[in-house]
Design a protein around this ligand. Sequence first.
Ligand SMILES: Nc1nc2c(ncn2[C@@H]2O[C@H](COP(=O)(O)OP(=O)(O)OP(=O)(O)O)[C@@H](O)[C@H]2O)c(=O)[nH]1
Ligand SMILES: [Mg+2]
Length: 444
Amino acid sequence: MSDDLHRRQTTIAAIATPAGRGGVGMVRISGPDALPILQQVSTLKEQLKPRLATFTYWLDQHGDVLDHGLVVYFPNPHSYTGDDVVEIQGHGSPVLLRALLERLYQLGCFPAEPGEFTRRAVENGKINLSQAEAVAACIDAATLRAGKQAQRQLQGAFGQHIEHLMQKLTGEVAHLEASLDFPEEEIPDHFFEKIAKQMQQDVLAPIHMLLSTATLGERLFDGAIVAIIGAPNVGKSSLLNALSGRDRAIVSDIPGTTRDVLEIDFEVHGIPVRLADTAGLRVSDDLIEQEGVRRAEQAAKQADAIILVADASRPETWEISEDVDIYLMNKTDLSHGEIPTHFLPVSVKQESKLETLIDALAVQLGDSNFADDGLLVTRERHRIILQQSAIHLQLGLDHLQQESHMDLTAMEWRRAWSLLGSILGIGDVEHILDRVFSEFCIGK
Ligand SMILES: Nc1nc2c(ncn2[C@@H]2O[C@H](COP(=O)(O)OP(=O)(O)OP(=O)(O)O)[C@@H](O)[C@H]2O)c(=O)[nH]1
Ligand SMILES: [Mg+2]
């Protein structure tokens, strides 16, 4: 028996609620011995009814009561993992939950590894790998928009779309392979052109469409870093305060107020953004200010987007730099003269036009459509697989155009098919599962 198979026949247990104290704490057990082990720790006399909450006490090895609460039994296959599952809900006491867990280990449970419950759900065919990733994404989502996108993937929308592309791909490969067995004169006119056109239209174009959502999708979960830079006294710290809605940074009319990089987290249309206020850029004899400027330049280098702030009343601050993504002209309340067209005019003091900055920032971070998100590519793993599938599909199309290497075309397209399958966890994916689930928390 392989180690993996052996592991899957064991019964695992973990605390499923977060570390620390809480109203309720839950221990989850999954595996063939879940029910007999529960019967050994609890004072239950009667048979548990599937999926119905039942009150009971549970005890340690001395027969002392550890806690009381509800237990629910989910017989296989109608459980989260697809195996027999028992959930024990008591008080959210880390000490008592830990003691219960230790007792379960004594009775034969193994400590669950990170994500092992969800991994079993994949291995038992309850959900596919992209849904399992969505479980982690739901838990980790930092904004409601990210959470809703993760939910959509958890419901299976992304996986179904990939499956649909795989079906289309199989259809075209079958067409092509059928032709390989026929003598050339029996092949209808434009046969290969038609296959190429269908492949382009039904598979390759939708993949490129999906890929165009990856910048936004990945940012929705990984977040983005945005740096505010500019000359001293233009209103950078004022902008950080206005955008965060809090009085975080010191603001003064003395140039050179900010020395350190000051970061705050906020949302731009549901994209988690870490905004960095920096020291005003200028040549200075002051050693501390020099260090501040160095740190400002460093922050700008690491940022996903850079906002340069200028002062409408001081044209010497209207710099241009090739690395800047958004030019902001602040203090438009002080001056009504002409300003260069690439600057967005705002007045931080009067909180005027700040929403145009937010919109511009969202576009800069890949969000061109503020309405419904539809399906997004939200993971680097998915993006890389889609990019590689697109390459193999295109290589196949190139061979097809030469009409001499149809077998190579079929080979490239089958390669694209298996790549797409690895998004769902189809095929030889043990190493992928190891990587994906290592990022999970224990108890999920
Ligand atoms: N009139 C006017 N004054 C503003 C506006 N925004 C900021 N200020 C003022 O400009 C001055 C400088 O603002 P800060 O936010 O400290 O400027 P800063 O760019 O962070 O400056 P350093 O940290 O020194 O680089 C303060 O007196 C602000 O009140 C604005 O839109 N209009
Ligand atoms: Mg400042």
